[in-house]
Unconditional design. Structure first.
Length: 892
């Protein structure tokens, strides 16, 4: 039964007009129109039984999905060179291969150009070729205010732009304008106006619907006619009588149903035509009359909360939710609705705002700042250091599982509701700062909300995808405001994430002439299935080849082999991790195999946990030891950044405690902004203490000192291979000029004189777990864990607090308590697990069960009062008994 329902809503071989969210052409496998009411007939329990086994939040779904899953292939996660803007791109639409982008910016620059260089004027609107990323210079206009929305006519002959502007190229236009796509000219007879900002547009051949914060609408030079956040114009430039009202907040998004009969509205409002509709509803496209939209009974986002990013693939209506708190709305994530009545086909109740959605080639792409998808069995807030925020995602367009119970808030619990699969597509988009002063030079516009991407579009063929927003990097390379991605056949060079590939763990002499080789899973931004190969001593044929599935939140897979028949002496082992497209990363470890099975030596990070020093502390939370704590997170607010305060040639140093052979130095820098704090620096290595009174150039000239100057930023990291025979005890990183020095981690690879202790063990289980209710919260306490082996462990990183068998929170090491403020009345079970700096997790602690009560509830232990004035009167062959009402005690 469920397969029939799933296939009903899974499109096949379709072509969509991207960005405008309006179907232009589609070819869909003919099936009976089985509406989502079938879910009510089937029943939630039956859905749970048929889907729960598949609910882990993802499947082998990426640029090369497993054929048996039926899931779509994604775009590659490699950012392609794209023109840039010096501000924010709020909205985009594509006609053919031409992307029209609008926002708040004054200039553009080519791909690869540094901020404030190679500038060309761009007055809040530009066009570029999505296949090349190059600006189309012939489309050259100036809006005298920000553009906030954009859409195309179904035939692609026009684009409509809305926003904060009152003029286009000096010609009066009241927040709305139209351009001809044939020659880029302003449409002269479409001279209309609205009372305020237009933030949503959708067009047919005969009508242009707009939404925003509108109190009026009309034609330029004419009277202002009252409207309430919705209006419509003819393509000839006259105001339509169509005038539904969306009250209580602005309109942010519009989409037409596939049959063009209804307009679906999203935003901050709380009613449509006087009928409650919290953030979303539907009206008749011809009359404006309110229509049934069943999702409103479950999804309620209005006021500060909202529904945004409405789109369609000609089969379903998609969109996303945004809310600042659980008291202002009840949904964040993405949803798919039946256009006939708005009933929910599936939703993914992932935490984090969603700003725009777009279905392409059977996958739903979205932008926002997602950070927790435990409701669908995927990542949580702390799945990977430095990977909390996910600004661009992909999901299947059809249901594959169900939502799990949520402990976030009672009103956010969509347990049992069908969910879609989260696909393995995780490009890294670095967001903006909250002030212009912190942005790249020349930036003129940001949202102030420190976000990344705000809009998404694709060409008609579905071969390219473009994101627009206020971001400054894509996959840690400079790319401001706009970026493109392509299908794997065009570009697929995103390989396994370098930092996730750990060197193989080699234990020599497990038997005479034998070594144990072990490795852990890595992850890839657009491939879930990776191949692991082990090579030894230059052999071209791997000792083993294994394929393992992993994501950034699920890297539990491991592999091992025993390599036998080794001769005494050094042996180099290479772990090669590759994706289905042939992109690969290699990590090498050299060990000594002794004839008598003793004296092993292995390459390791010698800097981990060693003594450090700095020229001056930037702030109390940026101590020098944080650069050798094993955490490479480049966000200074994540608690793992050493920052030397601003001074001439500020420096940081680690003492390895012995002079030892060294192979490489890897510097991890700042990735959230202020990238210059991890650029323009020197690295020095010496067997004797370095004299910081010397300048950097003088220090580099000292006998016995190895040095390297790096102009480019270590964002996120730079590895410096060392010449054979390099040895040293002191490793220093030093700024070349006058700036602060920001280091997330410094790793020094080498062979210790003393045999290393390899940490392959998880910490001990946290003990003494207690859970005590205080008011409406529950406080959980536990005793500290010890990382194993002891001594020799890399150290405890923190603790996962588990409620009702679902990991909910991460607590850093040193803190042994957590207060759960989101708990609801009822029976709950708490556990704690420890995790070390190598991401090895202990077994769960003893389960503590607590029944949480509502402290504000009135406890009724008394029976009602005795009924009084009892009478019995015969009436024929019957008796009528009467009495006075009782009162339940206590009263009240």
């Amino acid at each position: 039964m469920f397969e029939e329902i799933r296939d009903q809503y899974r499109p096949s071989n379709m072509t969509i007009s991207r960005g405008s969210k309006l179907l232009a052409e589609h070819r869909i496998r003919p099936t009976a129109r089985l509406r989502s009411a079938a879910f009510a007939v089937l029943g939630v329990s039956a859905i749970l039984a048929s889907l729960l086994a598949a609910t882990d939040g993802s499947a082998i779904a990426d640029t090369s999905p497993a054929p048996t899953t039926g899931l779509p292939a994604t775009f590659g996660a490699t950012p392609l060179p794209t023109m840039q803007v010096n501000g924010i791109v709020w909205a985009q639409v594509t006609v053919g291969n031409t992307v029209y982008a609008t926002g708040n910016f004054s200039h553009s620059r080519p791909a690869g150009a540094a901020p404030n260089t190679q500038l060309s004027p761009a007055g809040n609107i530009v066009a570029f070729d999505i296949t090349t990323g190059e600006r189309i210079a012939s489309f050259n206009h100036t809006l005298n205010g920000a553009g906030r929305s954009i859409a195309a006519s179904p035939d692609g002959t026009r684009i409509y732009v809305g926003g904060d502007f009152s003029e286009v190229d000096g010609v009066p236009r009241g927040h709305l304008a139209a351009f001809n796509t044939s020659d880029g000219s302003l449409v002269q007879n479409f001279a209309v106006k609205t009372g305020s900002t237009v933030t949503a547009i959708v067009a047919t051949q005969t009508m242009v619907y707009v939404g925003g914060s509108l109190a009026s609408a009309g034609v330029v030079g004419g009277s202002d006619i009252a409207r309430t956040n919705l209006a419509a114009f003819t393509p000839e430039g006259s105001l339509s009588s169509w005038a539904p009202t969306a009250s209580g907040g602005s309109v942010l998004s519009l989409v037409l149903s596939p049959d063009m009969s209804k307009l679906i509205v999203g935003g901050h409002f709380n009613s449509i035509n006087g009928t409650e509709a919290k953030g979303m509803g539907a009206v008749d496209a011809a009359t404006g009359a309110t229509l049934t939209w069943l999702a409103n009974s479950s999804i309620k986002n209005s006021g500060p909360a909202s529904i945004m990013g409405l789109s369609t693939d000609g089969v379903l209506i998609y969109g996303g939710g945004s809310t600042p708190s659980v008291t202002m709305g009840n949904f964040e994530g993405r949803f798919a609705l039946d256009p006939a009545d708005g009933s929910i086909v599936w939703l993914n109740a992932c935490l984090g705002d969603t700003y725009d959605t777009l279905p392409v080639n059977g996958a739903l792409y979205s932008v926002g700042h997602n950070h927790d998808c435990t409701a669908i069995g995927a990542h949580n807030d702390n799945s990977l250091p430095g990977m909390r925020w996910h600004d661009a995602l992909a999901e299947s367009t059809f249901a594959t599982g169900v939502n799990l119970p949520s402990g976030y808030a009672p009103s956010w619990n969509f347990a049992g509701t069908p969910s879609a699969s989260l696909l393995n597509w995780f490009p890294s988009i670095t967001g903006a700062q909250r002030s212009l002063a912190e942005m790249p030079a020349g930036t003129v516009g940001i949202s102030g909300a420190a976000q990344a991407a705000w809009s998404i579009t694709s060409n008609t063929a579905g071969t390219y995808l473009a994101l627009g927003g206020e971001f400054v990097q894509a996959n840690y390379k400079t790319q401001q405001g706009l970026v493109r991605f392509a299908v794997p056949a065009i570009s697929n060079t995103s390989g396994p994430v370098y930092a996730s590939v750990e060197p193989p763990i080699i234990t020599p002499d497990v038997a005479p002439g034998a070594a144990l080789v072990q490795w852990n899973a890595a992850w890839d931004r657009d491939s879930e299935s990776l191949t692991y190969e082990i090579f030894r001593d230059g052999l071209t044929t791997p000792l083993t080849r294994q394929v393992m599935a992993s994501t950034f939140w699920r890297k539990s897979a491991t592999g091992n082999l025993v390599d036998q028949g080794l001769t005494a002496g050094p042996h180099a082992y290479i772990l090669k991790v590759s994706d289905p497209s042939g992109n690969w990363v290699k990590k090498t470890v050299t060990v000594m195999v002794a004839a008598n099975g003793t004296a092993p030596a292995a390459t390791t990070n010698l800097a981990l946990g060693k003594p450090t020093a700095t020229s001056g502390l930037h702030a109390a939370s940026f101590e020098s030891w944080r650069a050798v704590d094993g955490n490479t997170d480049g966000n200074p607010w994540a608690g793992s950044m050493a920052i030397a305060r601003l001074s001439p040639q500020s420096w940081w140093q680690v003492d390895l405690l012995e002079s030892t052979p060294l192979e490489s130095v890897t510097v991890f820098g700042r990735t959230d902004g202020a990238f210059d704090q991890s650029a323009d620096y020197w690295v020095f290595i010496s067997g004797a203490p370095l004299d910081t009174r010397l300048t950097a150039t003088q220090m580099a000239a000292q006998p016995g000192v190895w040095s390297s100057y790096q102009q480019a930023g270590a964002n996120p990291q730079t590895t410096l291979p060392l010449p054979a025979g390099t040895a040293g005890r002191y490793v220093m990183v030093r700024q070349n000029g006058t700036n602060a020095l920001a280091l997330a981690e410094v790793q020094v690879a080498g062979v210790s004189v003393a045999p290393p202790i390899v940490d392959t063990l998880a910490p001990t289980v946290p003990g003494g777990v207690t859970a005590v209710q205080a008011g409406t919260a529950v406080t959980i306490n536990w005793t500290a864990s010890t990382d194993l082996p002891d001594p020799g462990g890399v150290g405890v990183s923190g603790y996962y607090v588990i409620r009702d068998y679902t990991t909910q929170w991460f607590v850093p090491a040193g803190t042994l308590t957590y207060t759960d403020t989101t708990v609801t009345p009822g029976k709950h079970r708490y556990q704690v697990r420890a995790v070390d700096k190598g991401s090895r997790i202990s077994p769960a602690s003893t389960t503590v069960t607590l029944t949480v009560t509502d402290p504000n509830a009135v406890v009724d232990t008394l029976a009602p009062t005795v009924p009084s004035a009892v009478t019995a009167v015969q009436a024929g062959t019957a008796v009528n008994v009467n009495w006075s009402a009782s009162t339940d005690l206590p009263d009240p």
